[in-house]
Ligand binder design. Sequence first.
Ligand SMILES: NC(=O)c1ccc[n+]([C@@H]2O[C@H](COP(=O)([O-])OP(=O)(O)OC[C@H]3O[C@@H](n4cnc5c(N)ncnc54)[C@H](OP(=O)(O)O)[C@@H]3O)[C@@H](O)[C@H]2O)c1
Length: 300
Amino acid sequence: MRKRSRGRNELHPSRFSIIGAGRVGQTLGRLAREAGYEIGDVVCRSERSARSAVRFIGAGRPQTSESARLSQADFILISTPDDKIPDAVSIVERNIAEVGRAVVLHTSGALSSAVLGPLAGLGLSAGSCHPLQAFADPARSLALVSDCYFCIEGDPKAVTVARRFVRSIGARSFEISADMKNLYHAAAVMASGGLVALLSTSLDMLSHCGLSEAEAIKVLLPLVEGTIANLRAVGPARALSGPVRRGDLGTVEKNLRAIASVNADWLRVYRLLAERSLPLAERAGADKESLAELRRILNE
Ligand SMILES: NC(=O)c1ccc[n+]([C@@H]2O[C@H](COP(=O)([O-])OP(=O)(O)OC[C@H]3O[C@@H](n4cnc5c(N)ncnc54)[C@H](OP(=O)(O)O)[C@@H]3O)[C@@H](O)[C@H]2O)c1
C-alpha cells in the first residue's frame, strides 16, 4: 500500500479529458482540476449531461459521444458504465490523430485494462484505475475519495500515471494483476453491496420484533460502527464477537430456532455466516470441541 501524499504532483501530465462524466467522472474531474490538471474534453451521451458535468467540474469542453472531436490530451479517463467502455474506445480511435500519445485509464472495477486492447494496439498506454468507494452523488463523493484506495493495473507507463493521479488528488493506491480484477471486484461487491444486503436482513428481523426501519437503523448503527472499529484495530479474528466466538451452543441453537420459525432465507444467511465465523473463532482461541459441535449443528 502506498502512503497518502496530498497536493499537486509536478510530474503529472497536464491535460486531462473525461469520457463518461457521471458520478465517478465528475468527482474525479473536479478533484483533478483542483489538483492542477487542465481539463480538456468532457464527453457524455447527452449534451445536457456534459454541460452539467462541466459546471460541476468547473472547467472543460462539453461534448456528446456521437459527435465528439477530442482535442490533444495527455491523460484520458474513461468512466462510462462498464458495457459502454468499447464505445469510449471507439471515440478515442476516431480521434487518434489528436490523442495518439495519451495515457488512457478506465475506472471499472470488474474489467481489466484488456478492454482497452484496441488502444494499446494503436500505441497508447492503457490501464485501469478503480476507486474502491461507493459514489452516490458527485458532491458527496468529493470528501470520500480522499479517504479511499484506488486499485491500479495496466502497462508500466499507465500504472505510473495512475499512481501520480491518485496521489495528486490526495488518495492512495495499490496494484493487482489484470487477471485478478474479477475476483478483486467480487470482494469489493461483498464488502459494499453485500454488507448493505446483510444489514437489510438484520433490519427486517428487527422490523419483525416491532421496530420501525428508522428505529432499527438507529439502534443497529452503533453496533455496526463499533464492529468496524474493532476490525480496523485488531483484525477479523479478534473482532469476532457473539455466540460462535464463545462456542455457545445453546445460544446458537436458540437463534436458529427463532429464525427458522419466521423466515427460511434469514436462516440460510445466518447459517452461512456462522459457518464462516468458525475458523475465525478458532484463530481467536475458542474451544475446538465446542466449535466442532457448532459445525455439526449448523450443518444439520
Ligand atoms: N458508482 C460507483 O460507486 C462506482 C465506484 C467505482 C467505480 N465505478 C465505475 O465507474 C464507471 C462509471 O460509473 P458511474 O457510477 O460514474 O456511472 P454513471 O453515473 O451512470 O455515469 C456514466 C456516464 O457515462 C456517460 N455515458 C454513457 N454511455 C456513454 C457513451 N457511449 N459514451 C460516452 N459517455 C457515455 C453517461 O452520460 P449520460 O448522462 O449522457 O447518459 C454518464 O455521464 C463504471 O465503470 C463503474 O463500474 C463506479
